[in-house]
Each structure stands twice: as structure tokens, then as C-alpha cells.
Design a protein around this ligand. Structure first.
Ligand code: KIV
Ligand code: ZN
Length: 451
């Protein structure tokens, strides 16, 4: 019998930590729209905002709490009475409310930011959790800057908040300082040392300052954390938070290493990413894993040739599995004849080998100059390359006439297509690889052509 996979709680903080990043603030309606998409995406917890921060944030949390009923709705609060009461006021209509209380525990934060002693910190954390618990059953505590906190003191604070009623202990790498092995050790030691830990959920909250947020979050899960806090597109303070789509797809793609389940409907990932970019106006980098414009685009000839033969050659997950419409073969100077020939066919032209060779030479020269060869460039190039001349045999054949001549049926000569020849298809998707009678013979040649 297959081993049961552990369920990981996906805590989405796009609307709170994500929203705190420059250029990403959202108004109430925008937050509500995104919250509905997060619900469709299947996240378990939506951190809807920081109610005391502003009236708009309070209203945003309140509206989400009253209309988005399936996921847990969390609101953030500092470890103070007024913050906690305000968060509860915003959350109380939720079907499943959670108060998330945080207090810094590292000496550097205690000394310079909060100006309190360790003992004061411990008492403040415990009292805050007691108050939150008196209002709400589901209470999360975060020792801010946990990864730079003295581990003995961290465990004392965690002991106290568990005793006071916290149900989730979130361990934030607030400044993105930790590394996977170290974070894994920290989670392991918390599991071994904190009293009552078996009755609470351990969570990881990682920032990306050293580009390791996702790796750290996954290391925490492997060490026993059962909740991860993350954001769509990895938005968040400074270099961002751990990206939801990367964590979820790492687990889906590598169950051999990460045998965990989430409730995320991965086909909704792209829609969530697009909606967030549309609302904030902040686009993602083209090479961003999973949802970047180039994440499923192939330009190198060898890659395109492999993709056309079998997408498994260069794709470890399908675009469809994350809701991306299709893989794209981008025509640039690295493209090969295989992809060029397919594109020409999609535009309504089928060439014999010699003709394609001719087009290909010109295509490479053009791609060298303009980087990406779009359909209209290609059509122009086809037209220029094969201008009809009195003596020359027309090299352009329509698909219909090529098929007709292959079947040795005399067909009336087809005139050259006028420019533009056919309505342009909306996307450059991957067509099925056609059965080729000379397949074996041309395979090696195609490979070389692809270079
Ligand atoms: O990064 C952080 O420490 C936070 C806490 C409020 C959880 O966002
Ligand atoms: Zn954070």
C-alpha cells in the first residue's frame, strides 16, 4: 500500500505581506477580487490584511471575512491589546477566523526596535496570545526574526505561547538570512524541545533576500513543518516571500523528494498570477519559474526539435498543469529548421527541404538583427525569398498542392499566395508531430539542423 502523503496547509499572504511590497497595494474591491481567485485556487488560509494598519485594510479584511467562506481568513496583529481587538472586529464574521499575532524575539529587534528585555518580550507574547485566545479559537503566533533569535530564548517564548493557547507556531525568516540546512535544523530542534508541540502546527514563513525562500520553506516541510506561508508571484517585502506556485509545483513535480499534498488546484495558478499582475500593474520577470512568460517558451533549435518530437524532452511539467494556455516555440536566431518549417506550415506554407533551407538562411540573418522573428516578419521573408520570376521554379507550395503532388496526382499549379496569405493563428502552439515515412533517415539530420 502506498504511504499516505502528509497534507501541507497553504497559507497565502499575498494580500498582507505581498501587499506590503512597493507598488503592490490594493484597494478593498481589488483585494476581494483576488481573494475569490485564491479561493478558486484552493489555498487553505488567506491572510487578508493587517486590520489596524488603515481603515482600508480593516474594511478589506472585513469584506473578505464576510463573503469568502471556505478558507480560513487570517488577520495580522502586533502583540498588543488594541491590535488584537481590531483584528477580531474585522474577522469576527468569518466562517473560520484566525488571529495572527507577531512579536519580534531577536536581540537586535528587542534592543533597537522594541527597546524591551527578553523577559518583557516573553510576558508580552504570552499575554497577547491569552487575549487572542479569549476571542478566537484559532490563534497563530510568529516570533519575528526567529532565524536570528537565540534558539534557547526562542524555545522559551514558544513554550509560553503554546501554553497560552496558540494553535500554529509560525517561524519567520523575516530578513531572508537562513539557508536550507540551518532552517531544517531549527525546525527539528523546535519539534524536539518545545512543550506541547505535538498539538500545534509548525509553519514556515520565508523571505527571499538570498534567493532561498522556496528552498528554505521546502527544507522546513521536510523537517516537519506542516504549513507554509507564501505569495502569488513571490511578491512581498524587499526581495519577496516564498512563491506559492514554486512550492506547490516542486511538490507536484518531485513527489519522490517531497511526498506532500496540498489542496491547491494547480490549473488555477496562471489565472491567479495574471490577475495579481493586472491589479497591481507589477509584471513578473520573463524567466520567473512556473508563471514567467518564458517558463514554457523554447528558442534553441535543439530544444525546439526535441519539444516537437516529445515535450518530455525539455518540459518537466505541462503548461496545462498550471493553467498556461500552451508551450511556445519562439523563433529567434537559435531556432532550427524543424520549428521554422512547422511555423511556416501554420501560416499556410509547406516547403520542400531545399526551399526551407533557403528561407532558413535568410531567417537566421534576420533573427541576428531583430532577435524575435514574429509572424509578419516571417511572411515578408517568405514573400521576398520566393518572388516569382520567369525562369525559376516556384518554391512555395501550398499544403494542398504539396499533398496533391506527393500523391502523384496531377494538380493544376497553385498560384503564389497573396500577402498576407491567411489569417494568423492566435498562438504558436505545439502541433502533434506528423507521421514521417523518412523519419529514421531524417532524424540525425534534423538534430544537426536544430543547432
Ligand atoms: O516576515 C515576517 O516576520 C512577517 C511576520 C509578521 C510573520 O511577515
Ligand atoms: Zn514576512
Amino acid at each position: 500500500m502506498a504511504a499516505e502523503q502528509s497534507r501541507i496547509t497553504i497559507f497565502d499572504t499575498t494580500l498582507r505581506d505581498g501587499e506590503q511590497s512597493p507598488g503592490c497595494s490594493m484597494n478593498r474591491q481589488e483585494k476581494l477580487r483576488l481573494a475569490h481567485q485564491l479561493d478558486r485556487l484552493g489555498v487553505d488560509v488567506i491572510e487578508a490584511g493587517f486590520p489596524i494598519a488603515s481603515e482600508g485594510d480593516f474594511e478589506g479584511v472585513k469584506s473578505i471575512a464576510s463573503v469568502v467562506r471556505r478558507p480560513i481568513i487570517a488577520g495580522l496583529a502586533r502583540a498588543s491589546g488594541s491590535d488584537i481587538e481590531c483584528a477580531w472586529e474585522a474577522l469576527k464574521d468569518a466562517a473560520r477566523p484566525r488571529i495572527h499575532v507577531f512579536l519580534a524575539t531577536s536581540d537586535i529587534h528587542l534592543q533597537y526596535k522594541l527597546r524591551i528585555t527578553r523577559d518583557q518580550c516573553l510576558a508580552q507574547a504570552r499575554d497577547a496570545i491569552r487575549l487572542a485566545k479569549s476571542l478566537c479559537e484559532d490563534v497563530e503566533f510568529s516570533p519575528e526574526d526567529a532565524t536570528r533569535t537565540d534558539p534557547d530564548f526562542l524555545c522559551r517564548v514558544l513554550d509560553a505561547v503554546v501554553a497560552a493557547g496558540a494553535t500554529t507556531l509560525n517561524i519567520p525568516d523575516t530578513v531572508g538570512y537562513t539557508v536550507p540546512a540551518e532552517f531544517s535544523d531549527l525546525i527539528t530542534s523546535i519539534r524536539q524541545r518545545v512543550k506541547g508541540i505535538e498539538n500545534v502546527t509548525i509553519s514556515a514563513h520565508c523571505h527571499n533576500d538570498l534567493g532561498m525562500a522556496v528552498a528554505n520553506a521546502l527544507a522546513a516541510v521536510s523537517a516537519g513543518a506542516r504549513q507554509v506561508e507564501c505569495t502569488i508571484n513571490g511578491i512581498g517585502e524587499r526581495a519577496g516571500n516564498a512563491s506559492l506556485e514554486e512550492i506547490v509545483m516542486a511538490m507536484r513535480t518531485r513527489p519522490d523528494r517531497y511526498p506532500y499534498e496540498t489542496g491547491v488546484v494547480s490549473e488555477q495558478i496562471f489565472a491567479a498570477s495574471q490577475m495579481l499582475s493586472e491589479i497591481t500593474g507589477v509584471t513578473v520577470q520573463p524567466n520567473k519559474a512556473i508563471i514567467g512568460r518564458n517558463a514554457f517558451a523554447h528558442e534553441a533549435g535543439i530544444h525546439q526539435d526535441g519539444m516537437l518530437k516529445n515535450p518530455l524532452t525539455y518540459e518537466i511539467m505541462t503548461p496545462k498543469s498550471v493553467g498556461v494556455p500552451d508551450s511556445k516555440l519562439v523563433l529567434g536566431k537559435h531556432s532550427g529548421r524543424h520549428a521554422l518549417g512547422i511555423r511556416c506550415e501554420q501560416l499556410g506554407y509547406q516547403f520542400d527541404r531545399r526551399a526551407l533551407d533557403d528561407i532558413y538562411r535568410r531567417f537566421v540573418r534576420l533573427a541576428d538583427k531583430i532577435k524575435h522573428v514574429e509572424d509578419h516578419h516571417l511572411l515578408e521573408l517568405i514573400r521576398d525569398t520566393h518572388k516569382p520570376s520567369g525562369s525559376a521554379t516556384p518554391l512555395i507550395e501550398s499544403v494542398a498542392s504539396a499533398k496533391a503532388s506527393a500523391a502523384s496526382t496531377p494538380a493544376p499549379p497553385e498560384p503564389l499566395k497573396p500577402f498576407p496569405p491567411a489569417p494568423l493563428p492566435a498562438s504558436f502552439g505545439l502541433p502533434p508531430v506528423p507521421a514521417d515515412p523518412n523519419h529514421e533517415q531524417t532524424q540525425q539530420e534534423d538534430y544537426l539542423w536544430g543547432v
